[in-house]
Design a protein. Structure first.
Length: 388
């Protein structure tokens, strides 16, 4: 692990930021709303990696590089995409209080989860099928994450062997599994992942039978017939309930997180059943349309958890200030979904590294401006949630 010394000083970070703002006049012209697009400042060709200045621009490059159906499948959300949009929109309802004249020399992003020291609270979240975006698939993602000293949560739907992904990640990773009706199979999968070096297991709930994406139907990924029938077919994880989670937890030798919690009541159930960590997630708006934004529900979840277990969150994180808002509202770490996929598709492992480093620097910069030199000192008073 690099120490905090690897981060820029506040002055350097401000200079870095201003240089990029100056080089990108379109920065201030992003249309309001959820599908915030960031045009790239390279009219005739795709920019080189050091020509993109934020996560949203990387998405634009990926969109221009990928077949439409692939881009749409990743970018899209369930149903009318209202949850997908809300994940981004709600960030605008939260403001940060700056604090001036506080010594913020040597900003330190480091944190600890389950006793594991992390360079920063920005993690690579679990997403499936990376080979569709890069020939090396998850190995390339893991190499990028490792270069940025970021922890990777490997999807149970990885297209590369888990042991190799863990090795590419530097020997340390977490594993994600989807809830399923095969309860013994879940345990076997989780135990195999632990044997292959995974230091925590993250069970995804509430996403096994998502409302289909309209984009996928129109692009022919899902037939309209299958779409109509999907509501009547059985859920693939219809029988799993909290007692199963409790028995899985008891048999595992590493921490078990549940990903897909969106309310204080569910967080309480997770605590009651011995879960070691919670991921506030609506699966990037890809499961049930109409769910609230994750950042919206974070305060009530972190309130009930009251620091008894780590609370992580994902959904729409694209800027350092988004991440700072979540940390202020009680999150211990933030997971990135689509941005990592866009970076992988557009620029391979170097893109993943750059995405993560840019967000680390953006977070460091905003912490400096907020008068907060370290993660442990971040508190609720830093963020204000407005009713509209
Ligand atoms: C996902 N997500 C996901 N989640 C999970 O637990 N296992 C998985 O295999 C996948 N696969 C997956 C594929 C694609 C293409 C996307 C876009 C998402 C959900 C993911 O972990 C995360 O919850 C969201 O992507 C977070 O939102 P953002 O960062 O994409 O806005």
């Amino acid at each position: 692990m690099l120490g905090a010394a690897a981060l820029p000083s506040r002055r350097q970070a401000v200079q870095w930021f201003l240089r990029f703002v100056a080089a990108s006049p379109l920065l201030s012209q992003a249309p309001a709303g959820a599908q915030e697009r960031q045009e790239i400042y390279w009219p005739d060709r795709l920019p080189p990696l050091d020509g993109v200045v934020n996560a949203l621009e990387i998405e634009t490059v990926a969109e221009k590089s990928l077949p439409k159906a692939v881009y749409d499948h990743i970018a899209g959300g369930a149903g009318s995409e209202s949850t997908l949009r809300r994940n981004r929109e709600f960030f605008d309802r939260i403001t940060l209080r700056p604090r001036v004249l506080v010594n913020v020399e040597g900003i330190d992003l480091s944190t600890t989860l389950f006793g594991q020291a992390l360079y920063s609270p920005i993690l690579v979240g679990p997403t499936a099928n990376h080979k569709r975006l890069h020939p090396e698939g998850e190995l390339a993602t893991a190499a990028g994450a490792r270069a940025a000293q970021a922890l990777m949560v490997v999807s149970g739907r990885s297209t590369q062997p888990l042991a190799e992904v863990v090795e590419a990640a530097g020997g340390s990773a977490w594993f994600q599994i989807d809830a399923s009706d095969d309860h013994d199979g879940l345990l076997r999968q989780a135990e195999a992942a632990v044997e292959q070096g995974c230091e925590a297991v993250c069970l995804t709930v509430g996403a096994s039978s998502p409302i289909p994406s309209r984009r996928d139907i129109h692009n022919g990924r899902i037939t309209a017939q299958a779409h109509l029938a999907s509501g009547l077919t059985a859920h693939s994880a219809a029988s799993i309930s909290w007692p199963h989670i409790e028995s899985l937890k008891q048999r595992l030798t590493v921490p078990l997180l549940v990903k897909g919690i969106l309310s204080a009541a569910e967080a309480q159930s997770a605590l009651d059943h011995g879960v070691d960590g919670i991921v506030v997630s609506n699966h990037g708006g890809r499961a049930m349309d109409g769910e609230p934004a994750t950042i919206e529900m974070l305060p009530e979840v972190s309130g009930v958890v009251a620091e008894r277990v780590p609370v992580l969150v994902d959904g729409g994180f694209r800027r350092g200030t988004d991440i700072l808002k979540a940390l202020a509202l009680g999150a211990d770490a933030v997971l990135l979904g689509r941005p990592v996929l866009w970076a992988l598709a557009a620029y391979g492992p170097e893109g993943v590294e750059r995405l993560l480093v840019m967000l680390q620097h953006e977070l460091a910069l905003s912490m400096g401006l907020a008068g907060q030199p370290n993660i442990a000192g971040l508190s609720r008073s830093l963020a204000r949630v407005h009713s509209r």
